[in-house]
Design a protein around this ligand. Structure first.
Ligand SMILES: [Zn+2]
Length: 170
C-alpha cells in the first residue's frame, strides 16, 4: 500500500526532525546557530533567508530589497555564543519565545518569525506518535496482516493477498 508507505516515511522524517529540534534546543543555550541563503540580484530585489536557533527559540527570517556588501551570496552557516537576553519583557508571548516582527525600510523589508523549540519538536512528534499507536494497535489485532493490516479472515493460504507477506497460521 503506497499511502501507508508514504505515511511511514513521513513519520520517520518527522521523528528525525523532532530529535534534531530537541538537540538544537539543548544546544541553543550555549551556541546560536544560523543557516543562511542569500540571493543577490542587483536590482534592489535581493533576497536573504535565515534559519536560526538560539536561547530556546527557532527563527525564520526573510530580508528582501537592497542588501549591502556584508551579505555574502549563497549558502552560509555561522555559530556564535548567544547574545545576552534583552531586558526582560513582560509580554506573555515574548517571554515564552514566540515572536513575529516586520520592519520596513525604504530599501528593504525584514520579517522574522520565532517559535520555541518545544513547539516545533511537539508538532514533529505528532506523526510518529500516531504511527506508533497504529503499530501497537495492529500488533494486538489478530486476524489481520501484521504488515499491511489487511483483514485475513478465512485466509488459509498463509500469504497475505494484499501485500504478499508470509503469515503465521493462526
Ligand atoms: Zn499484508
Amino acid at each position: 500500500m503506497v499511502r501507508r508507505r508514504c505515511f511511514t516515511i513521513a513519520s520517520a522524517l518527522s521523528l528525525f526532525l523532532c530529535v534534531a529540534t530537541a538537540v538544537l534546543w539543548a544546544r541553543s543555550y550555549k551556541r546560536c546557530d544560523e543557516l543562511g541563503f542569500v540571493l543577490i540580484n542587483h536590482k534592489h530585489r535581493d533576497k536573504a533567508i535565515f534559519l536560526d536557533s538560539g536561547l530556546g527559540q527557532l527563527g525564520a527570517r526573510i530580508e528582501m530589497g537592497e542588501l549591502d556588501d556584508e551579505y555574502v551570496p549563497g549558502l552560509s552557516y555561522s555559530s556564535r555564543p548567544p547574545n545576552p537576553r534583552l531586558p526582560a519583557t513582560t509580554a506573555f508571548w515574548a517571554r515564552h519565545n514566540f515572536s513575529a516582527t516586520k520592519l520596513k525600510f525604504d530599501w528593504m523589508t525584514w520579517r522574522r518569525v520565532g517559535l520555541p523549540h518545544w513547539v516545533v519538536a511537539g508538532v514533529m512528534a505528532i506523526l510518529p506518535t500516531v504511527s506508533l499507536r497504529r503499530y501497537l494497535k495492529t500488533r494486538s489485532q489478530s486476524g489481520h496482516c501484521p504488515h499491511c493490516r489487511y483483514d485475513l479472515t478465512g485466509n488459509a493460504s498463509g500469504i497475505c493477498p494484499e501485500c504478499g507477506s508470509a503469515i503465521k497460521a493462526s
